[in-house]
Design a protein around this ligand. Structure first.
Ligand code: COA
Length: 167
């Protein structure tokens, strides 16, 4: 009997380990290596542009302005991050990334949902490369809708969808 209870508890802990172990906070300048490394790794493995060309000075700038939140675990460090910018009542999402090995485990949904609860913007906007199907599917899951098209947004012939979600 007690053995069965132990097995059930173990399974429950495994399922909830994400919530137990991940912590969400603004990034600090001491996180610069972690964010740059994560960005560099994901970007180099990716077929499509994912939100501009970010270098260390640009990351430091947005970190200083408190425009970056991230999700951390003790074991795996920075798991995912969002860079955003408030524009009056609205909020632009500039870049979102989750570690490749930890995608589709709910980290970004949790992070963006937390950001939206905190920012309480009227509308959230994001541009996404028209061929970045994974990211488009992700945004659809969070009820973003296409509201426009940005021709040549990422360079000639590299179009982006403009997606939006009401807060
Ligand atoms: C887009 C990205 C940030 C999503 O992060 P993630 O942590 O894997 O997303 P989550 O696990 O929170 O997914 C939330 C939901 O979206 C779905 N989803 C996520 N990625 C998906 C994909 N590639 N295809 C289909 N659905 C996907 C999940 O299955 C989940 O659905 P559910 O709520 O029904 O379970 C991640 O794939 C990534 O870093 N991509 C590379 C960078 C990029 O393209 N960024 C976007 C441009 S700025």
């Amino acid at each position: 009997m007690s053995c069965r209870i132990n097995i059930k508890l173990e399974t429950l802990c495994q399922k909830q380990s994400l919530k137990i172990l991940s912590k969400i906070r603004y990034l600090k300048s001491s996180d610069i290596e972690a964010i740059y490394e994560l960005y560099r790794k994901v970007k180099s493995a990716y077929l499509w542009p994912i939100g501009g060309d970010w270098q260390i000075p640009q990351f430091l700038q947005v970190i200083e302005k408190k425009q970056v939140i991230g999700s951390f675990s003790q074991q795996n460090g920075l798991l995912s991050f969002v860079i955003f910018k408030r524009l009056d009542d609205d909020c632009d999402i500039l870049l979102i990334i989750t570690q490749s090995e930890r995608q589709k485990q709910g980290y970004m949904k949790e992070l963006l949902t937390t950001l939206m609860k905190q920012e309480k913007a009227k509308t959230y906007f994001v541009e996404v490369h028209e061929k970045n199907i994974g990211a488009i599917e992700f945004y659809k899951k969070l009820s973003f809708e296409q509201v426009g098209m940005r021709k040549d947004f990422y360079g000639q012939g590299q179009n982006a969808y403009l997606l939006a979600k009401k807060g």
